[in-house]
Write a protein that binds this ligand. Structure first.
Ligand code: ADP
Ligand code: MG
Length: 724
């Protein structure tokens, strides 16, 4: 299509989002997607059966949002605006669908009792009276009431020329009625309605667990304005507001403590059960709980932008990124359903037309096979597992951005650790200050601190801490940071650079530097740019950076769980990096790597050994995290960039989450495989039993649809119980 200027082929893309109330099974989403994507102007349909969201990208020159809304509702679904979504919780068991299912069940039950009273048996006597009995009227009524639950969606699917489970079930109900198997018709309509309710219930539970994260953030905040406290909606708190939090309350904002002192439980964000002491200057997160103290927090973020709000958004997005297993199942279902349907037709045609078998018996078998053609349990099996795993990880302070990351994590063979800030605490300490030129030691430190004042690197923070309170603050301009290298700024008008020794060609030949390196310390050079833009070394700082106590045991456990190779990737010098590697028990240590070289290192590891999980800080290491199969950012709560770039973000600063994560990923993969295999196997066994006359229609619905859905859902919910 030509744009209005005639220059471009592709018009602008607009996105609309709906909430679709009864789209709670994965194959419903597939039906909607396949029907809509055939319409002109609709570019892409994405959504999640769990949050019942539908996102449609369309070309506004061809269709508009209202027309799309009508199309979805023509497919037989109830469409709401997304804004009504989060507030309205439909109660599955008291919904209109449920009431119809109960009514159908009651009619079916009364019909059975009546038949028992009239004939002394509930089993239909074949070749019985030519006219339907009284109980059969009840069965037909039950079939109509039950089928009205999926009739609109069946018609919608037919209109969209999609053969989905609603169509199949409707055919089964109609077929059974036509050959006078009224009780069977009623039973399918009733049982399938219940199966759908169960599926809706499973989705709703999964959604509720996502929503319960949202409820961690209080609705009301007490803000101090002009010395008086006023209660305002938490959503209206702006950055800069002073928020008062009392003992036992949840903090409503992300911000910095300006007054007070308390232990704060940050478990909702970081998953860390031990409360952290917070006092003036410390960061706190919305959703964490103040213990015994009283805090005044200066809000640093608008309400919609807190770490918690971001986490929730990322988890919601995670549902939409389909994993390889989900794609496999979807593709499988697209062939499976038509294939079995053709099988059903043949199962009637061949015996009746070619072998002269009785029509009624074989039609019933054909209908049974139709019921088995429904891919429901199969299609729901993977998304419920993924959502279950992702939300349970969130409760442990680990944010997994989608099923694909989860499945890849299970296949990781190599773990590569960044050193500074990841294997070490990031609480480095300046131990040596060596002036090289005419400056005093204190001046070297003060200049270095002035340059580093705005850098987030652990080394920078250590330098700033070491220099605290030393002399008058300098005038600093033109700050610039070079990730993995150092930082530069104009101090009192002169450009200074602080960073890795390789920034100066002569640094390696300085005996002082070799001395620091041989002690396993991390040397940092302080350079001054002279007028002719050449660099002069004015000092060297030596730092030590203690390893995290947990590092060694975490690596040991990862190995026990199947990790084949552990590598340290460091920008630091050889000695310091190798010492760290030896202490934690790494297989290889690659040192003096710049950020780009870490990318090469990751690629080499992927090539040599297999899938790599790169564990880093998410800022310095962002390129390497992106290059790895799985990029894991540590301490992501403290950094927006880390939260956005990583595949998996460990919110707290705790390496112990890694073995948990790996075991969760492996279990998820196992559960997903079990679910897919179980669903396929059940269908296969039933399908083989049908021509032999071993499987009745009712068994097919009860076992193949409802039973299988229940089993895969229950299996998925086990993932919520994985512990550290
Ligand atoms: P690692 O890979 O061990 O985490 P980085 O890549 O973060 O290390 O940094 C590599 C080296 O670069 C450090 O050892 C240090 O010498 C230097 N460096 C990086 N950033 C800074 C900074 N802000 N200030 C001083 N030195 C820095
Ligand atoms: Mg680092």
């Amino acid at each position: 299509m030509a744009g209005p200027t005639g220059l471009s082929d592709v018009g602008p893309v607009t996105r609309v989002e709906f909430r679709v109330e009864d789209m709670d099974c994965a194959s419903c989403l597939d039906t909607i997607r396949r029907s809509l994507e055939k319409r002109p102007g609709i570019i892409c349909v994405e959504g999640s059966p769990i949050s019942r969201r539908l996102e449609i990208d369309y070309d506004p020159a061809t269709v508009d949002a209202e027309a799309i809304r009508r199309e979805v509702s023509d497919l037989g679904y109830r469409v709401l605006a997304p804004s009504t979504a989060t507030e309205s919780t439909i109660k599955i068991w008291s919904s209109r669908r449920a009431l119809r299912a109960y009514l159908a069940g009651t009619l079916l039950f009364v019909g059975l009792v009546l038949r028992l009273a009239l004939h002394g048996t509930i089993v239909d006597s074949h070749g019985g009276p030519a006219w339907p009995g009284l109980e059969d009227l009840l069965f037909v009524a039950a079939a109509i009431v039950g089928a009205s639950n999926f009739l609109p969606r069946a018609i919608g699917a037919l209109r969209g020329r999609v053969l989905d489970m609603h169509v199949l079930m409707l055919l089964a109900v109609i077929g059974a009625t036509v050959i006078g198997e009224y009780m069977e018709a009623a039973a399918i309509a009733f049982l399938f309605s219940v199966a759908e309710l169960l599926e809706g219930f499973a989705s709703e539970r999964a959604e509720a667990s996502v929503r319960s994260l949202m409820e961690l953030s209080p609705d009301v905040a007490r803000v101090r304005r002009d010395g008086v406290e006023v209660a305002v909606r938490a959503a209206d708190v702006e950055s800069g507001d002073l928020v008062v939090v009392r003992p036992g309350e949840r903090i409503p904002v992300d911000g910095r403590v300006v007054e007070g002192h308390s232990a704060v439980n940050e478990a909702p964000i970081t998953g860390e059960a031990m409360p952290a002491d917070k006092t003036q200057g410390d960061h706190v997160y919305a959703g964490s709980i103040v213990h015994e103290g009283f805090l005044v927090v200066e809000s640093e973020r608008d309400a919609g932008d807190t770490t918690l709000a971001r986490m929730i958004r990322l988890i919601e997005d995670a549902e939409r990124r389909r994993s390889p297993s989900e794609r496999f199942v979807e593709r499988f279902a697209r062939y499976y359903t038509p294939a079995v349907t053709i099988g059903a037709v043949l199962l009637v045609a061949v015996p009746v037309l070619l072998l002269g078998q009785p029509f009624d018996t074989w039609l019933l078998r054909g209908l049974t096979l139709l019921v088995i053609a429904c891919p429901c349990a199969l299609v729901i099996s993977t998304p419920v597992s993924v959502v279950s795993a992702v939300t349970s990880a969130a409760r442990h302070g680990v944010l997994i951005k989608g099923g694909a990351s989860l499945e890849r994590m299970a296949e990781v063979r190599v773990v590569a650790f960044d050193k500074t800030g990841t294997l070490t605490h990031g609480r480095a300490e300046v131990t040596d200050v060596i002036p090289i030129a005419e400056l005093e030691a204190d001046d070297v430190l003060a200049v270095a601190a002035a340059v580093e004042a705005r850098s987030e690197h652990p080394i920078a923070r250590a330098i700033v801490r070491a220099a605290a309170g030393a002399g008058e603050p300098y005038e600093v301009e033109d700050f610039e940071s070079f990730p993995g290298q150092g930082a530069r700024a104009r101090v009192e008008g002169v450009v200074h650079i602080v960073g890795r020794p390789s920034l100066h060609a002569d640094a390696d030949s300085l005996p002082q530097l070799a001395e620091l390196a041989s002690q396993g310390k991390t040397p940092v050079v302080v350079l001054r740019e002279t007028d002719d833009a050449s660099r002069q070394i004015v000092g060297i700082l030596g730092l030590t950076d203690p390893l995290r106590p947990a590092a060694r045991s975490v690596i040991t456990r990862l190995r026990e769980m199947g990790i084949q190779r552990v590598v340290v990737l460091s920008g630091d010098l050889k000695q310091a990096a190798e010492e760290a590697g030896r202490e934690v028990g790494a297989d290889d240590v690659w040192s003096r790597l710049e950020p780009a070289a870490k990318v090469d290192a990751v690629e080499r590891l992927e090539y040599e050994t297999g899938r790599v999980a790169m564990v880093g800080d998410g800022v310095n290491d962002a390129p390497a995290l992106a290059a790895a199969s799985v990029g894991i950012a540590m301490g992501a709560a403290a950094s927006d960039a880390a939260l956005e770039t990583a595949d998996i973000a460990v919110m707290g600063d705790d390496l112990e989450r890694l073995p948990y994560l790996y075991s969760l990923a492996q279990r998820s993969r196992r559960v997903i495989r079990q679910n897919i295999a179980a669903a396929i196997l059940v269908k296969m066994v039933l399908a083989v039993g049908v021509p032999l006359g071993w499987v009745s229609l009712i068994v097919a619905v009860l076992v193949g649809d409802m039973g299988a859905s229940l089993v895969v859902t229950a299996n998925a919910l086990r993932l919520a119980r994985v512990r550290e």
